[in-house]
Design a protein around this ligand. Structure first.
Ligand code: CA
Ligand code: CA
Length: 143
């Protein structure tokens, strides 16, 4: 059996090699930042305990096969959303910097953190969301 993974993560438990038919091999896939585990696939038979669980077993078929972990992109960049100045905290200094950035776009901001609603662009929607967030911290920011 050969164990591989697609873009977005790696297999952290389970070793490629020769296994007898019917042997159950423990496998675990771990997604990278910005991805989540999707499912397992096999090229030549065998059975997964749960093909949509990142940690499961694979029962060997009669012959050789390749199993593969698949991941989906979630868009979560790991940025601290709302941290406009990149100091690791979200506070009024970030809001003020974002306001200044809109009046003078040459003022540098932490673009990943400034995309408060995580839609890929920094615009007034992010400013509005950040304003609402300060008024009501239970409002969710980020993806
Ligand atoms: Ca900050
Ligand atoms: Ca945005």
């Amino acid at each position: 059996m050969t164990i591989t993974s697609e873009t977005g993560g790696s297999v952290t438990l389970g070793t490629s090699g020769q296994y007898a038919a019917g042997v159950a091999v423990n496998i675990t896939a771990t997604a990278n930042q910005g991805y989540k585990f999707s499912h397992w696939s096999t090229t030549d038979g065998g059975a997964f305990g749960n093909p949509t669980s990142s940690s499961t077993t694979f029962t060997m078929p009669e012959g050789a096969t390749t199993i593969r972990a698949h991941f989906t992109h979630t868009g979560d960049t790991g940025a601290l959303y709302g941290d406009i100045n990149g100091d690791g905290r979200v506070n009024l200094a970030d809001l003020i910097l974002l306001l200044r950035h809109f009046s003078r776009p040459n003022i540098d901001i932490n673009a990943a953190g400034a995309d408060v609603n995580a839609d890929g662009v920094v615009n007034n929607a992010d400013l509005n969301l950040l304003l609402r967030y300060f008024a009501r911290p239970n409002i969710r920011i980020g993806p």
